[in-house]
Design a protein around this ligand. Structure first.
Ligand SMILES: Cc1cc2nc3c(=O)[nH]c(=O)nc-3n(C[C@H](O)[C@H](O)[C@H](O)COP(=O)(O)OP(=O)(O)OC[C@H]3O[C@@H](n4cnc5c(N)ncnc54)[C@H](O)[C@@H]3O)c2cc1C
Length: 350
């Protein structure tokens, strides 16, 4: 029996390990924390994206659209909690109206379902939102990420995957992962180490890639009701999706993520001033309806932005080097959505 070693037990590593074991590999999943999914996979907005934003023909676009469909059937099959929330992208200025027209065309080209809608229709669903035009995405959903990871763990055990955690991979040398718990030899090795994937890549001679974390902080509130995620158009300068309102499975509404500097890959301290979240909220809602809304600190996640020789890679980077090792670099948003599609895609490479 051939053996697969998967480095990193985030949502991508979990799907990759499940796929390897389903295809007959004796599979080892090596995770440096005691539990799976403690880094970016549970420090995000928990949104199943539709594929609106990403450049046509990019891996992000293709794997997001495929991942959206695959995730839905996966969730239904395994009883993972998700909610068909839909999503509005709202435009408040002339420039934003032009931007959502562009997003509409881009989404259509990517095969993502979207509809132009009116401010009245937005207000029918969320009375306090003000905008001049909006895009509605019926294929967007919200996911309960902690439950998703727990379910993945159960499925991995059921499929016979050996989960070794905590276990830090120090380097890949030839056919072996050198770990703090000894060596694990394998016929194929998949590097799903997220923020640390550049270090693993470097250890097997794939140089030039550097992951630089871009922090996203969240605040939260129970002071407003919001059943549908509401996004501004993406921010121009750093290309993130902008501070948005996202409902959770409880009463809380999340506000975030911001864009700020992380002092280290594992810096999860909230560093964005509260004022930034209040201003974002005020730009989307009727302030009269919301005086005195209390915002409190939520959590923080770090986007694993990847650069090649100093230039940012806009797309996911999936590279085989050498022939038995596949590296996944820069799996930032929409990686939560794309995870099952990424796993299938990389099986075509090994
Ligand atoms: C603020 C924010 C918001 C986001 N919102 C969304 C969203 O709404 N929808 C969406 O689709 N995507 C979203 N994303 C992106 C999504 O969260 C990620 O693409 C996805 O979680 C990446 O999963 P992963 O398994 O690659 O990485 P991770 O979850 O980081 O997993 C990597 C794992 O590897 C382990 N590891 C690292 N180094 C080693 C080592 N040497 N040895 C052993 N183990 C190691 C880590 O401990 C970790 O568990 C968001 C991301 C951020 C930061």
């Amino acid at each position: 029996m051939k053996r697969a070693a998967v480095i990193g037990g985030g949502i991508v590593g979990c799907h990759v390990a499940l796929e390897c074991s389903s295809r007959g590999y004796e599979t080892y999943l090596l995770e440096r924390h005691a539990r799976l999914g403690q880094e970016t996979s549970t420090r995000n907005s928990g949104v199943l994206h539709a594929g609106i934003y990403y450049a046509r023909d990019s891996l992000k676009a293709r794997l997001c659209v495929e991942g959206n469909a695959l995730s839905r059937s996966f969730f239904q099959e395994h009883g993972i909690e998700f909610r068909e929330a839909g999503k509005f992208i709202i435009a408040r200025t002339d420039a934003e109206c032009a931007e959502i027209e562009r997003l509409y065309a881009n989404a259509k080209a990517n095969g993502a379902r979207v509809e132009m809608t009116t401010p009245d229709k937005v207000r029918d669903r969320i009375p306090y939102i003000h905008c001049r035009a909006a895009l509605f995405s019926p294929a967007t959903a919200i996911i309960e990420t902690a439950g998703y990871i727990e379910c993945m763990k159960a499925l991995l055990y059921r499929n016979g995957v050996t989960i070794v955690a905590p276990c830090t991979v120090r380097a890949v040398r030839g056919a072996a992962c050198d770990t703090d718990r000894g060596e694990v030899e394998a016929d194929i090795i998949v590097n799903c180490a997220g923020l640390y994937a550049d270090e693993i890549a470097n250890s097997c001679g794939l140089s030039g890639y550097e992951v630089r974390p871009l922090k996203g902080d969240y605040y939260a509130t129970v002071g407003i009701e919001c059943r549908v995620p509401v996004y501004p158009p993406p921010t121009a300068h750093l290309g993130t999706l902008g501070v948005h309102l996202t409902p959770t499975f409880g009463r809380e509404v999340l506000l975030g993520p911001s864009e700020t500097t992380a002092q280290a890959k594992d810096d999860y301290q909230i560093r964005t001033p509260k004022q930034e979240f209040s201003s974002s909220l005020e730009s989307m809602v009727d302030t009269a309806a919301f005086s005195g809304i209390e915002l409190y600190e939520g959590y923080s996640g770090n986007r694993p932005r990847v650069y090649y020789k100093g230039t940012r890679c806009q797309d996911f980077v999936i590279i085989k080097h050498p022939s038995h090792v596949v590296h996944l670099l820069g799996i930032e948003s929409p990686g939560l959505t794309a995870a099952p599609a990424i796993a299938r895609h990389l099986m075509t490479l090994v």
